[in-house]
Design a protein around this ligand. Structure first.
Ligand SMILES: C[S@@+](CC[C@H](N)C(=O)[O-])C[C@H]1O[C@@H](n2cnc3c(N)ncnc32)[C@H](O)[C@@H]1O
Length: 221
């Protein structure tokens, strides 16, 4: 099982506190709950998925691991109809940031729960959603698999200060991560390319160009 724990999954696991009860939403293979329970980092887990194929895969992997007593499964759309009592940590990983925010919108009250979120896309939009919807980002880290970078966020219910546009793109808590300079360099490069494209357009969008120039200035500070 250890060899299926990629750097991305390892970074998610590292954010789970010892002795946690964990729900893994969109678990698919269930590698994360299986690892957490096997290594006794989590005392119990619930693996959910909305699709038949993934939930069947999760059930089969849990059965093969002999952990059916400690890891339950449930076919569910996000957290709709999921009883979150008895679990203090909720992982939502490997999905787009917009889908993660939709799952949080449809969730029951998550007061007192720790969210561990790993968006594949739209990380800035997810940060904005969290800040505007009563969540506080406690921690963020970056994982690398070959050329790809992944950001993992830890959030709880609570008040959050506003983020600037550059902070929405890069995060605030990511700054101490050794991969932050690479994340920043790549983000700047994407912004520069977008700016270049806008400058060449027949009808340049001045407002959007000014916005990107401002973000780039802030990132260079
Ligand atoms: C790419 S896999 C990620 C699996 C695992 N969480 C990981 O990070 O490696 C995404 C999974 O999310 C599931 N999924 C997509 N939308 C969902 C939803 N609304 N509720 C629950 N699961 C969902 C998919 O069926 C799929 O199994």
């Amino acid at each position: 099982m250890n060899n299926v724990i990629t750097p991305r999954l390892a970074a998610i696991i590292a954010l789970v506190r010892e002795g946690a009860g964990v729900i893994d939403v969109g678990s698919d293979h269930a590698y994360v709950p299986i690892y957490l329970v096997k290594e006794k980092k989590a005392v119990r887990a619930l693996a959910t998925d909305v699709h038949d194929g993934p939930i069947d895969r999760a059930r089969e992997n849990i059965r093969v691991s002999g952990l059916e007593a400690a890891i339950k499964t449930q076919k569910a759309d996000g957290l709709c109809g999921v009883d979150v009592s008895g679990y203090d940590s909720i992982i939502i990983a490997g999905m787009g940031g917009i889908l993660i925010s939709e799952i949080l919108t449809g969730a029951p009250d998550l007061k007192g729960k720790t969210l561990i979120l790993q968006p594949m896309t739209a990380t800035a939009e997810l940060r904005q959603y969290l800040i505007e919807n009563g969540y506080k980002i406690l921690n963020e880290c970056i994982a690398r698999e070959e050329e790809k970078l992944y950001v993992i966020l830890e959030a709880v219910r609570g008040e959050s200060e506003r983020y600037t546009e550059a902070e929405l793109l890069l995060g605030r808590k990511t700054k101490s991560d050794p991969l932050y300079p690479l994340l920043k360099a790549r983000t700047e490069e994407k912004l520069r390319k977008r700016l270049c494209g806008l400058e060449k357009a027949k009808e340049p969008q001045r407002d959007e160009m000014d916005r990107i120039i401002m973000i780039l200035k802030e990132m260079r500070k």
